[in-house]
Design a binder for this molecule. Structure first.
Ligand SMILES: [Mg+2]
Length: 127
């Protein structure tokens, strides 16, 4: 499984990587902002199986990244992982095309649960 992690905090990316290790040691690609993430997407022609995307980042935020991604890629599962907890924000993100939403701080179990739920949901739609 190939996972793209987009967050301006390296610490946060490391936490996510450690949590996701339990999912059969996935190949993780990391980006520090939305622009870097777009470059990662462009240089991975076979695509990713999952993306975890922070909202607040320099250069290009996560919401803008998701909108840009969804212009070309409607199907790759995307989970927004963010401190933005307001309902209006969550709705905005869902409208932009995220498949699930995790509010920071999260427990390892809650992130893992949300990831499994998202993969199951998206794969059953694709099948
Ligand atoms: Mg951030």
């Amino acid at each position: 499984m190939k996972i793209l992690m987009v967050d301006d905090s390296r610490t946060m990316r490391n936490i996510q990587k450690n949590v996701l290790k339990t999912l059969g040691d996935p190949a993780c690609t990391e980006a520090g902002d939305g622009l870097e993430a777009l470059t990662c997407v462009a240089s991975q022609p076979n695509g990713f199986d999952l993306m975890l995307v922070d909202w607040n980042m320099p250069n290009m935020d996560g919401l803008t990244f998701v909108k840009r991604l969804r212009e070309k890629d409607k199907t790759t599962p995307v989970i927004m992982v963010t401190t933005e907890a307001e309902k209006s924000r969550i709705i905005e993100a869902i409208k932009a095309g995220v498949n699930n939403y995790v509010i920071k701080p999260f427990t390892p179990d809650s992130l893992l649960e949300r990831v499994k739920q998202t993969l199951a949901k998206c794969n059953s739609v694709a099948a």
